[in-house]
Design a protein around this ligand. Structure first.
Ligand code: NAD
Length: 251
């Protein structure tokens, strides 16, 4: 595999499972040293990277906690000396309930992790990249950041806000050599979607039928888009909200 990220450093939040795990592994396969951050330590991401000859460290971090996020970025720079790529991916689905039944607890938790968490990550990552004069950030929103989803008010609000926040960060840093983009995945077969479907075949089939391509995406397919947006191949792309969604929002 082409080691396009040789001597580069990538930080991936929510790297223990799902899209974050696939992204961390792909960064390592392409030569990057990877900091894998998550609030759950029990994951095989680091083992897989090391077994394949890559370099990675695990950093325990709750992205909604300011001190954790500052420490996460500090530890990455301390371990590897720089920060070239940041993928702010950690997120939760929240509890399913319509706007008038969404609890304050669900609202606050979902917004704090999915939105405040991404702001906190960029708040700490951008100063490091400004000093280097270069960097690329990919935030993870959702198709729920582009269209509405009944029953998911806090999730949809958080993901729409991440799209706007990404565009603002992109404009603020465009002349400083830092590109900021956001990926909006469709339905991807990860532990999050397994929790939503309960692995019920009928429910899974219903989601597959809603995807124009007739199937769910794989985390590796989202990772490929994240890697491309991070790489110099995307040197003229910033402030973009890229759907990786099997055609969902084209409907
Ligand atoms: P997942 O639940 O499978 O993995 C999410 C990871 O984030 C886990 O490792 C989890 O421990 C971690 N995490 C959650 N909250 C955290 C916190 N506060 N601090 C640190 N780590 C935390 O989910 P996924 O499907 O891989 O989703 C990854 C991202 O993609 C999320 O932002 C999600 O909203 C988004 N997304 C997923 C889908 C999908 O269909 N799977 C679709 C659109 C968007």
């Amino acid at each position: 595999m082409d080691k396009i990220f040789e001597n580069k450093v990538a930080l991936v939040t929510g790297g223990a499972f799902g899209i974050g795990k696939a992204t961390a592994i792909l960064f390592a396969r392409k030569g990057a040293k990877v900091a894998v951050a998550d609030w759950i330590e029990d994951s095989e991401t680091i083992d897989i990277i090391k077994k394949e000859g890559g370099e990675a460290i695990f950093i325990k971090c709750d992205v909604s906690k300011p001190a954790d996020v500052a420490e996460m970025v500090n530890k990455t720079v301390k371990a590897f000396g720089r920060l070239d790529y940041a993928v702010n991916n950690a997120g939760i689905e929240g509890v399913n309930a319509p706007v008038h039944e969404c609890t304050e607890e669900n609202w606050d938790k979902t917004i704090n992790i999915n939105l405040k968490g991404i702001w906190l990550c960029m708040k700490n990552e951008i100063p490091v990249m400004l000093k280097q004069g270069k960097g690329a950030i990919v935030n993870i929103a959702s198709i729920a950041g582009l269209v509405g989803f009944p029953g998911l008010p806090a999730y949809v609000a958080s993901k729409h806000a991440v799209v706007g926040l990404t565009k603002t960060a992109a404009l603020e840093n465009a002349k400083a050599g830092i590109r900021v983009n956001v990926v909006c995945p469709g339905v991807i077969k990860t532990p999050m979607v397994d929790r939503v479907t309960g692995k019920d075949k009928t429910v899974e089939k219903a989601y597959e039928d809603m995807e124009p391509v007739g199937r769910m995406g794989q985390p590796e397919e989202v990772a490929e888009a994240i890697i491309w947006l991070s790489s110099d191949a995307a040197s003229f792309v910033t402030g973009d909200a890229m759907a990786v969604d099997g055609g969902w929002i084209a409907k």
